[in-house]
Design a protein around this ligand. Structure first.
Ligand code: ASP
Length: 335
């Protein structure tokens, strides 16, 4: 009712546009060892531009009245299409030199969710995750089955080589050399080989919270390894009664500590604020366990959190007042 009155007043020009504005969005492009010393000005500018494009794409949709899931998918697709991020084009390589992509999405109003894991021929894994949520009775589809499902609903398969980039290939060669020399056939990934993911969380005009995450996973991963990103409760969670969370980091820890759901549960059952819940899980629980990474989150009031225990996390947000912030290192760039 209130919303209708606001909309009528807004449309008649009787209140400032800011009054009707109750949407918020936060995105991330992965956490990790991200140091200004290792960044060229050109590269930094390219990340800032891509993050801004992604967050503004989602925000515009939200302002135009799109549903949260549409905004989440659109923001993530900007990053899946950019070679800068470990998702879609630019995804890391598996040990065998392929790309196996994971993604998930969750709606905080219906608590419905969809995910795909280990897919090789789906151009936009986050779009496929949304299709699983909306067009199937399941929550998670994997590998060839997920690819067949995507094709059956009209998603044209792509060649796995579409996701190739030289930078990630070089990273694979380096990781493989070390893994083979150290004789650790099951892994032994170090530093940023464990990182890179994209995600978005939103509060839409209808009061719904939605979270989504998409990734290529871990460099040189083997044996069909799946991380936290497609696991509901670990890499992604949304509940209108608490918050929407998308995570990035060393997936094995995020699964074991069900990071995204833990943050929501702390708000729901302990009445923690979003800031306290996120901070405790990332900077206390995970730090004690030596799990590296971070999260972005938004709650039903539009409070925002972007918390990480690594040196950096690519991120951007537009709050309920329309303020845009972009960050890569500890401090926001434009604060
Ligand atoms: N969590 C992802 C994974 O483990 C990687 C990342 O977010 O950086 O697959």
């Amino acid at each position: 009712m209130l919303k209708r009155i606001y909309t009528a007043l807004f449309c008649c020009g009787l209140i400032a546009p800011g009054w009707a504005q109750d949407v918020a969005i936060v995105i991330h492009g992965g956490a990790g060892t991200i140091l200004k010393a290792n960044m060229t000005p050109e590269r930094e500018a390219a990340y800032v531009a891509a993050l801004q494009e992604a967050v503004q794409t989602g925000y515009k949709l939200l302002k135009d009245g799109a549903k949260g899931e549409e905004a989440v998918v659109a923001a993530i697709q900007v990053m899946e299409t950019s070679p800068l991020f470990n998702a879609g084009i630019g995804a890391v390589y598996t040990f065998e030199g392929q790309h196996e992509l994971d993604a998930s999405i969750m709606h905080g109003g219906t608590l419905n969710a969809g995910a795909v894991a280990g897919v090789k021929t789906i151009r936009s894994p986050i779009a496929a995750a949304l299709a699983v949520m909306e067009q199937s009775p399941h929550v998670m589809l994997s590998g060839k089955g997920a690819e067949a499902f995507a094709e059956s609903i009209g998603m044209k398969p792509v060649k796995n080589t579409l996701f190739n980039t030289e930078r990630r290939y070089k990273a694979l060669l380096k990781a493989k050399e070390r893994i083979l020399n150290a004789n650790v056939p099951y892994g032994g990934q170090q530093g940023n080989e464990r990182f890179g993911t994209v995600g978005a969380v939103v509060l839409d005009q209808y009061g719904n919270l939605v979270a989504g995450t998409s990734t290529g996973g871990m460099t040189a991963k083997r044996f069909g390894r799946i991380g936290d990103s497609p696991v509901i409760g670990a890499g992604t969670y949304a509940d209108n009664e608490s918050c929407a969370v998308s995570a990035t980091g060393h997936g094995e820890y995020f699964i074991r500590f069900h990071v995204a759901a833990d943050i929501c549960s702390r708000m729901k059952y302990r009445n923690d604020t979003l800031a306290d819940a996120a901070n405790t899980v990332i900077n206390d629980v995970l730090v004690k366990a030596e799990g590296d990474g971070g999260i972005i989150a938004v709650d039903a009031k539009g409070n925002i959190a972007a918390v990480f225990n690594t040196s950096g996390m690519y991120r951007a947000q537009i709050d309920t007042q329309g303020n845009l912030k972009v960050g890569i290192y500890q401090q926001w760039i434009n604060e």
